[in-house]
Design a binder for this molecule. Sequence first.
Ligand SMILES: [Ca+2]
Ligand SMILES: [Ca+2]
Length: 296
Amino acid sequence: MKRLVPSLVVLLTACGSGGESTTTETSATETTPTTSTTAATSTTATTTTVASPDPGVPVAVSRFGVMGWWDGDSWVPGDGSVAIPLVGGEQFQVVLLDEPITTTTGSALAVCEPIGTPIVDFEPPLPGSSQEPGAVAVIAAWDLRPHGVTLLAAVPDEHIDAVAQFLATRGIDDADPNVGQVVVTDIEGDGVAEVLIVVNRLPDDLFARPDDYSAVLLRKMIEGDWQTAVLEFSEAEDGSPYILRHVVSAMVDLNNDARMEIVIDAFYYEGAGTIAYEYVNDDLGPQQAIGGGCGA
Ligand SMILES: [Ca+2]
Ligand SMILES: [Ca+2]
């Protein structure tokens, strides 16, 4: 049982450290508009949203803890290693897959016991029940979901073989895999949709049986061909009950570059966590940006 805690900690640590290497060429331009308020009045009429007050540091929080934020240059982990700029009473936007974006008010920082990770309570609470997709809350004035999100009930034909090939490379024999989710969205708004596919074989109680697995794949058209990136994969190991159930919870632009990050929740039998991936470019692919979690 004890080994499970480090598993989540590793998950979250990798999340924070992995994000520091991910910067985008567009990020530098996003921090400068605050100094442009003295510009000619001709520019103000077209940007009513820019005129709203800066709500502050764009902290992102999931049901399972503070994830972190973009500081204008890089991702900052929300694990408390850097002081989290929340005092309570902040207004957050709430994003959950294709649901309408709502707002909520955050509490002062609280602590997930016993592992001590920072969490925030919300009024109204963030939607999402256990093992199901749930919302991400972000302090931001920009459009957090600049591109559409569509949920499908089945894997489109052109992706079925790729799923089977992936499972085969992992030694998994599952001719008709259970499809957890299919999410179609245009991450960077280039007019070509990407497809996120969740497949799994999982017990309801999340105590792993032999051959259980969970995977999240990203299918992206690159130079005319569909390519597969493995965002998450968990499989049963001999003698261990540990396995993760993954759900895609949100597509949300956490750093105001009009490219949406991919937010995935992962559940194990006594805890849960959230990871946001930034799709950096076609060479680097998706990189872990920020994340948080709460468990025993
Ligand atoms: Ca695209
Ligand atoms: Ca983004």
